[in-house]
Structure formats: C-alpha cells, structure tokens
Design a protein around this ligand. Structure first.
Ligand SMILES: Nc1ncnc2c1ncn2[C@@H]1O[C@H](COP(=O)(O)OP(=O)(O)OP(=O)(O)O)[C@@H](O)[C@H]1O
Length: 233
C-alpha cells in the first residue's frame, strides 16, 4: 500500500528567498505527525504546497498515490490558519456549504462535533471570536472522512479545556486509513498525540523521527528535543 502523503524534494522560493529547501516527507496511514518550527520556517507554505495552492519550483507531491489536484483536494481536508468562511453565514450554513462541497462530509458527525467543541450552529460567523472560528474550522475539517487531514495551527488560540477537546476531536477523527499532519507551536500540548515529529527550520527539515524514538533513544520529551535541536541549529 502506498503512503498517504509523499513530499519529494520540494523546493520553493519567493523573490529569491528560499522558503522550502528540498523537503522530503513520507507519512503512512494511521499516523499523527507534528510539523514544528519557528515563525517563518515555512510550515504554512508547505501545507499550501501540498494543497497545490502554492506551486513548488521543483519536486512533487502525492496524496494516496496521486499528484492530480482533484485527487489531492478530494482526499485531503485542509484547515488553514485563518478564517476562509463567508462572514454572512451562520455555522449551520457553513455545515451545509461543506456538505455540498465535499462528498465525504458527514453531517451527523458535524452535529456531534458542534456539541463536543461547544459550538452553537445558529451563531453567526461574523460575530465569532478568533478561537471559536478555529473551533468551527476544526469541526468542519473533521466532519469529512478524508484520508489526509492538514491542520495549520489548530490549537494556538485556546484555553486548556478547549485544547483538550480539540485534541480529542483530532484523535477521534483518525483511523487506520487516514493520517493527520498538524503544524503547531504548541509542542508540549500536542506531544501526547504525535506518532511522528518533523522539525522545519528556514525551509529545511532538520529532524524527522518518531515520537517513540525521541522518548526511548534520546530519553527526551518532544519539547526538550525541540529546544535542543533548535538551540543548536
Ligand atoms: N506569498 C508569499 N510571498 C512572499 N513571501 C512569502 C509568501 N508566503 C510566505 N512567504 C514567506 O515565506 C516564509 C515562510 O512563511 P510561512 O508562513 O510558510 O512560515 P510559517 O512557518 O508558517 O510561520 P508562522 O509559524 O509564523 O505561521 C516567510 O518568510 C514568509 O514571509
């Protein structure tokens, strides 16, 4: 069986400034991977490149074995780091919109996730706080039965209980046929749900490892490993 996500030798520059430098990632099914690195490391650019929103200068992206944009969008539920929902909608309109857009959308799961994440379907998107917008995006993303979930900083804005509920949603959403790639600065918060760890620095992957290996071989938490690797980078 092929990997869910294959990023092969992907490079991208903006105006001569290298933002992604020969990035290689392979994620198998059933994994939760954390993409971590300082501000400006290239995390969002990498996610947009996977979604083909940004065109790489070189290299290739495959999701479930295909590099076709239609197949990538069909198989991938992408949660961007900012609100891309229409402000005039209520949350329930956004649910209907996603249901129309994506054949894999599960409206029943959307209702359940609204409850878990404390969302009122009658609330107007325009009036939502930043944190509630992100919770809405998490709800919409995980209401899809996608093979790959790409989440760009899904827990940065939250209080501990909301973080807990979001992480619970992520874990409940994954099965042996799907994979999650989370970009985040909240290393400590996500460490318990990660199988794979990717450290990105100035566009280069400077560490790719399993969470288990970091704990067992290095005897470190992911946060301690992050501090050590980036202090010496
Ligand atoms: N469309 C663009 N045009 C020019 N430069 C860009 C563009 N998009 C991103 N960049 C630059 O690419 C670099 C990486 O940005 P990116 O948003 O991918 O980083 P990030 O790791 O997600 O950062 P953060 O953690 O702050 O969200 C930055 O220097 C940014 O200014």
């Amino acid at each position: 069986m092929s990997a869910i996500l294959e990023v092969t030798d992907v490079s991208k520059s903006f105006s001569g400034h290298t933002v992604l430098n020969r990035v290689n990632i392979t994620l198998e099914a059933g994994r939760v991977a954390g993409l971590m690195g300082p501000n400006g490391a290239g995390k969002t650019t990498l996610m947009k490149t996977i979604m083909k929103i940004v065109k790489p200068d070189s290299g290739s992206i495959r999701v479930c074995g295909s590099n076709a944009v239609e197949a990538i969008h069909r198989n991938t539920a992408f949660m961007p780091d900012r609100n891309q929902l229409f402000l005039w909608m209520k949350i329930r309109d956004a649910i209907r919109y996603y249901e129309d857009m994506f054949g894999d959308f599960d409206a029943k799961r959307a209702v359940d996730l609204c409850q878990i994440l404390g969302l009122d379907p009658a609330a107007s998107i325009r009036t939502l706080s930043k944190g509630t917008v992100i919770r809405t995006l998490v709800m919409l993303t995980f209401s899809r039965n996608a093979r790959l979930y790409l989440l760009d900083e899904p827990i940065g804005w939250f209080d501990p209980l909301a973080k807990h509920n979001i992480l619970k949603t992520i874990l409940a959403g994954i099965n042996e046929e799907s994979t999650v790639l989370i970009s985040t600065h909240q290393v400590k918060d996500v460490e318990m749900i990660l199988d794979d760890v990717l450290f990105l620095n100035y566009g280069s992957l400077i560490l790719t490892d399993t969470a288990e290996n970091i704990r067992q071989e290095h005897g470190q938490s992911i946060e301690d490993r992050y501090l050590e690797v980036f202090q010496n980078a």
